[in-house]
Design a protein around this ligand. Sequence first.
Ligand code: GTP
Ligand code: MG
Length: 295
Amino acid sequence: MTFKSGFVAIVGEPNAGKSTLLNQILGQKLCIVTPKVQTTRHRILGIYTSNACQIIFSDTPGMLEPKYELHKAMLNFIYDSLSDADAILWLIDGQTLKINPHIEDKVKKVQKPCLLLINKIDLFTQNEINEKVDKIHALLPENEILPISALMGIHTEFIIRKLEQILPEGPLYYDADQLSDRNERFFVSEIIREKIFLRYAKEIPYSVEVVINTFGLDEKNKKIHIQADIIVLRDTQKKIIIGEQGKAIKRIGILARQEIEKFLQSPVHLSLYVKVVPDWRDKQRLLKEYGYKVR
Ligand SMILES: Nc1nc2c(ncn2[C@@H]2O[C@H](COP(=O)(O)OP(=O)(O)OP(=O)(O)O)[C@@H](O)[C@H]2O)c(=O)[nH]1
Ligand SMILES: [Mg+2]
């Protein structure tokens, strides 16, 4: 049997379920997921390895109209993933069936095998699903369509079978037990950001960045000590994040610590500071420092 391997970009509208799909395929929560758009800001590799293949998925931010430098950096992650890819999974939200013209344009340009996945079919009847497939087929007749539910794992196994056929013969690019290219520090910052996305409304989630300053084992109390800054744009946002008598940030700290402890499988001491950095979303130097790709 020949061993297959390659890179697969997961692209689509914000909120289509890209990160949910990657987590489902990997069988564990790697990427953060929230009901809000623009949850994912980076390109995150998720590595699936079996006896027959290694598939290196890129979870990407949702396609958007860039409003500030951060958005441009997010778009760069999508474009890089598409140009590196051996195959593309284009995720369409079954609730909206929105076809983003920029994605269509890019997918056509790169000329790679592309599977259209209509997601969230757990919400619909078989008749409704059939109608949706017909609608998408009428718009994009060249591509194979697969209705799935990333959340419930419906037809997600089939995606792997399909990719095994499409991908070329190739080597193990990563160790068989490696799940991602990102380190623990990165995922810890994402977990904190997820809790902020889930608990605050309006512009707060989009004004926040999380920076890990300290990450190390405290030998004395056998806990991993983590200190993180929550960066916001304005003083008013800082006040909201902290909340009355610090109650709101305390809650974030507890929720984040519980999940970080599960993720690291170790007791954790987490301390959070809120820092105002005006315009960080438009400062290339800072964006680079925060791990975004600016060019
Ligand atoms: N019912 C249902 N909900 C889903 C499914 N897949 C994802 N969702 C929900 O859709 C929302 C968005 O999911 P994400 O995985 O964060 O979507 P995304 O495409 O990564 O979003 P961005 O990172 O913002 O671009 C979450 O509330 C998910 O629980 C699905 O198959 N069925
Ligand atoms: Mg995402």
